[in-house]
Ligand binder design. Structure first.
Ligand code: NAI
Length: 515
């Protein structure tokens, strides 16, 4: 089955935040669209919302006034559900309640012809459950857009137990024809994005709860070193803690209390306090007009000269940093890659290593490395304006100064945080990749689709699977193993897919396959 033709009429039911946006996407692609809502004013409001958005595009010169008028002419208000009888596809975008959705689809089965594809935009209800009461559950599929629908690229095409591959492929191809990046997923809790993204929030919350770093530091590091558009705390404040906490709880419950998805007491307290984020002007941050902006506090400049850097070990995970060191004037580099351990960068008294999921203090003792200073992962060591360091308890203050001075020489701001397992970016990436790997292992989706979903649904700078390959899957494995040892919790258990892939000396890319 290929994409629906432009002549196909699309029905959108529910004209709220998502429905209006989805109707706009379909009309933009050239379809006639019926927009229906149980609340009569909602349709008018939805069409006004679309019109205002398009006016902005015309104002900016990215859309012509004629194209805007044509698009709006294709977007028609429906006052009766029966007007959707001729639709080739009806997308349900109503309230997130199973019985209400089931009831609506039962009505649609009586109104629409047997060929009509029925789609749901649900973000948390099982597609299988929604379809269960239908006469023809095979034609019901999830078509999960992201907010705001006209802008976000991703559509998750969700197959329930009964959904036929023909129906899923048609929606996949249609979403692609509408300019979206489509991915296939099975109907499992959180689908891809809302499942794989949990550690983005959860690890940040944990680091904060354990006093590893304050939330301003974690946010800044995730943006500047990790390349994410927003840090976890500012993003949770934007989404609303009530919403984000509810999603975490629903995924946790849906996986029968798997500790991977354990909700955070810190977030629960914010919800208890009514500090829901931007919408209540208080969350982690204070959004009142008179509030002072909270700043990250960088380490002061260390005045000390260095010229000789010795690097030994396998540099794969830190190649970007080694390249940068090689390009830096005034440094004499002595590199020995013929030894089989993760790269050690020696400067003055300090031995610096990329963190590996253990406390630097424990690693220093276990491996007999003196003056060990951990540094965090960066998406791009050349471009990152800052770097995070943590000192093992045994290391001298003098060694820490040597490490700081090296990064300051490279033009980086330095933040020294507590000695915590996996630091900030490394730990988050390892857990994102671990969750992505489990989704693949459990046949929910493919490796590529994890990356497409996380880039298109939540704007990650790089897919976690591709990023892990760049760092080296063995390093991700070591980090997870270290986290497991440090915490002794099932939350950090390593995905069997990573275990097996690392044992084979392979990368995620070796496992890539299109469904
Ligand atoms: P909303 O509350 O903004 O809009 C829902 C609309 O559905 C309202 O206008 C309401 O009057 C209408 N409605 C309720 N029951 C109806 C019925 N029986 N028949 C016809 N219309 C009915 O909700 P929103 O945020 O647009 O969410 C809608 C769906 O999209 C939910 O399933 C939600 O989980 C999902 N979703 C929401 C996202 C978001 O960021 N808001 C993102 C992705 C999915």
């Amino acid at each position: 089955m290929t994409a629906l033709s432009h002549a196909s009429i699309i029905g959108v039911i529910g004209a709220g935040t998502m429905g209006a946006g989805i109707a706009q996407v379909a009309a933009h692609a050239g379809h006639d669209v019926w927009l229906y809502d149980v609340a009569p004013q909602a349709v008018e409001r939805g069409i006004n919302q679309v019109t205002q958005g398009l006016d902005k595009l015309v104002g900016r010169g990215t859309m012509s006034a004629t194209d805007k008028d044509d698009l709006l002419a294709r977007l028609k208000p429906a006052s009766e559900l029966s007007q959707l009888a001729d639709c080739a596809l009806v997308i349900e975008v109503i309230v997130e309640k199973l019985d209400v959705k089931q009831n609506l689809f039962a009505q649609l089965e009586d109104i629409c012809g047997p060929e009509t594809i029925l789609a749901t935009n649900t973000s948390s209800i099982s597609v299988t459950s929604i379809a269960s009461g239908l006469k023809h559950p095979n034609r019901l599929v999830g078509m999960h857009f992201f907010n705001p629908a006209p802008i976000m690229k991703l559509v998750e095409v969700v197959s329930g137990l009964a959904t036929t591959q023909d129906v899923a492929s048609c929606i996949y191809d249609t979403a692609t024809a509408w300019g979206k990046h489509a991915v296939y997923t099975n109907s499992t809790p959180g689908f891809i994005v809302n499942r794989v993204a949990r550690p983005f929030y959860a690890e940040g919350l944990r680091i904060y709860q354990e006093g590893g770093a304050d939330f301003v530091t974690i946010d800044t590091v995730m943006r500047e070193c990790g390349g994410f558009r927003m840090g976890p705390f500012e993003l949770m404040d934007l989404i609303g803690h009530d919403v984000n906490y509810a999603v975490t709880n629903s995924v946790f419950d849906a996986y029968y209390g798997d500790p991977r998805f354990l909700p955070s007491l810190v977030q629960k307290e914010l919800v208890n306090a009514g500090r829901l984020g931007r919408k209540t002007k208080a969350g982690f941050y204070d959004y009142h007009e008179e509030a002072e902006t909270q700043q990250i506090s960088d380490h002061g400049v260390v005045d000390r000269s260095i010229d000789r850097v010795k690097i030994s070990g396998n540099c794969t995970a830190v190649q970007g940093l080694v390249d940068l060191l090689e390009k830096t004037d005034g440094l004499h580099l002595d590199i020995d890659e013929d030894v089989n351990y993760p790269a050690q960068i020696q400067i003055g008294n300090a031995t610096m290593m990329l963190c590996d999921g253990r406390f630097a203090t424990v690693r220093s003792r276990d491996e007999g490395i003196e003056n060990l200073i951990h540094f965090d992962l960066a998406l791009n060591y050349s471009l990152t304006p800052r770097i995070v360091l943590a000192k093992s308890i045994q290391a001298s203050e003098d060694a820490l100064k040597d490490a700081i001075v090296l990064f300051q020489l490279l033009g980086k701001k330095v933040n020294v945080i507590e000695d915590i397992p996996g630091l900030i970016v490394m730990r988050t990436l390892a857990m994102l990749a671990n969750e992505g790997a489990d989704a693949v292992f459990q046949q929910v989706c493919t490796i590529e689709d994890v990356d497409i979903a996380m880039k298109g649904g939540v704007n990650y700078p790089l897919g976690p699977m591709q990023w892990s390959d760049q760092v080296g899957l063995a390093t991700i494995f070591d980090t997870l193993q270290g986290l497991g040892q440090s915490y002794g919790e099932d939350r950090y258990r390593i995905s069997p897919l990573i275990l097996k892939t690392v044992a084979a000396g392979q990368s995620f890319a070796c496992l890539s396959k299109k469904r």
